[in-house]
Design a binder for this molecule. Structure first.
Ligand SMILES: N[C@@H](CCC(=O)N[C@@H](CS)C(=O)NCC(=O)O)C(=O)O
Length: 171
C-alpha cells in the first residue's frame, strides 16, 4: 500500500501502528511495554490498542474529511465509532482517572493512544481537553520519550542536510 510506518524485523514485515507497537513490545519483553499474557491488564492493553486503531483513527479521519454520518439511529449504529465525541469521551473517562491505560505502568497502549492524542491536538483534529493535555504531557515528559525525540530530531536534521524530502506536516 505504500503506507508508513512499516518495519522489517528479522525478515518479518509489520505495518499498522498498533500492530507495530504490540509486535515490538513482544519482541523486546525486557522493555516491559506490555502486561504479561494472563495478567488482567492485558485485556485493557488490547482494548486500547484496538480502540485507537479502529474507532479513534476512523472518527478522526472522517472528521478531517468532513464525512457526516447520517443522523439516523439505524445508520449510526453501523458506524463502529458512533461519533467522535463518544470516542473522545470514552478515552477521557479513563485517562482522567488513571495514570496509564493498562495496569499501573506505562505500556505500548499508552504510546499509541498518547501519540494519537498528542498529534491530534497539535494539528487541531482532536480538541484540547484538559485530561488529554495532562495525559499527553505526562507521557511526552518521560525520559524515554525525550530520548526518542532527540533521536528523531537528529535523523530529521541529517535527512534535511542531505536534501531529503521535507515533511508534509508543519513543524
Ligand atoms: N492505519 C494505518 C495508517 C497508515 C497511514 O495512513 N499512513 C499515512 C501517513 S499518516 C501514509 O502512509 N500516507 C501516505 C500515502 O498514503 O501515500 C496505521 O495505523 O499505520
Amino acid at each position: 500500500m505504500g503506507k508508513v510506518p512499516a518495519i522489517v524485523h528479522g525478515g518479518t514485515v509489520v505495518t499498522e501502528c498498533a500492530a507495530i507497537c504490540a509486535y515490538l513490545a513482544d519482541a523486546f519483553p525486557q522493555a516491559g511495554l506490555a502486561p504479561a499474557s494472563g495478567d488482567r491488564a492485558r485485556g485493557d492493553y488490547y482494548r486500547w490498542l484496538f480502540f485507537a486503531a479502529g474507532p479513534l483513527e476512523a472518527a478522526v479521519v472522517n472528521k478531517m474529511l468532513k464525512v457526516q454520518v447520517p443522523d439516523d439511529p439505524r445508520m449510526r449504529g453501523m458506524v463502529g465509532y458512533g461519533s467522535l465525541e463518544a470516542v473522545l469521551d470514552t478515552i477521557e473517562g479513563t485517562v482522567s482517572k488513571t495514570e496509564y491505560l493498562a495496569g499501573d505502568r506505562f505500556s505500548a497502549a499508552d504510546l499509541y493512544v498518547g501519540a494519537h492524542l498528542g498529534w491530534g491536538m497539535q494539528f487541531g483534529t482532536i480538541p484540547k481537553r484538559r485530561a488529554f493535555e495532562s495525559y499527553a504531557g505526562r507521557l511526552s515528559g518521560r525520559p524515554a520519550a525525550v530520548r526518542a525525540r532527540e533521536i528523531d530530531d537528529a535523523l530529521l536534521a541529517e535527512q534535511n542536510s542531505a536534501g531529503g524530502a521535507a515533511s508534509r506536516y508543519p513543524t
